[in-house]
Design a protein around this ligand. Sequence first.
Ligand SMILES: [Zn+2]
Length: 262
Amino acid sequence: MFKKIIAVTTVALTMTVLTGCSIIMPELDEPHDGYTPPPSTTVMPDDTAGWGWEEGVHGFFNGEGNSNLEEATASGDVGAVESWWLNNTTEQPPITDNVQLVPFTANADALTWLKTQKDVDPNVQIFLTNDPAYNCAYSSPDQLIAGCYLPKYSNTIFLWWNASTTEDQRQYMLLHEYSHYIQWHDTFDLQWSMVDAKVGSGGDSLNQDMELDASCRVFNTWGYSALRATDPGRAEDCDAAGWSESWLTAKVNEAGITVQDW
Ligand SMILES: [Zn+2]
């Protein structure tokens, strides 16, 4: 029996001063890949500049918990792997806020702002960090902004931004990461079917589709149309793709991957 599936996977979005977005997709025995766009003269990512990939440092599926994951997988029980994920990934990351940043908005920090948005999971937490192992991309003060959702820490979003960012850029980055959070929490089976098939990492097309899906949810499903201007390339791609909430599932199916009830 398949669960109703709507969305997608793990990820991170980063922008260099120049800008960029990155994404991370876990694989069973390999580090995740993060993604950072090349420098450009624009403030936000520019699709015409092309995208590149960089290695992330996560190891979600290594170390403790793997034997339990193997047991859950071997059991073949419906929902066993999803239960494993939910029960083994709410641990606190080995870091907390470690940087002082300019205010997220004039009136609210990032978490306070996010929780005032519609239908946000009250369990979500946000850590501000310049540690590239957690924010997926931060590597120099020249970077504009970085964000990351690591499924190893299912309730956590990692963010970092520099003083040159605009409020819209900070909101877009946070909502994009929260979109990944939702992809995992609401459509785990779709995410895990990609993990199981060992796709959706590095620069493969499904990973790019997963990223686009995350941004399209922000622009379309959640109605932040004003933020389309912060990432016009992806906004246009959402339109061109005829995006809907079932769009990523269709892309996964087209790739020959059967979405199972994990
Ligand atoms: Zn992303």
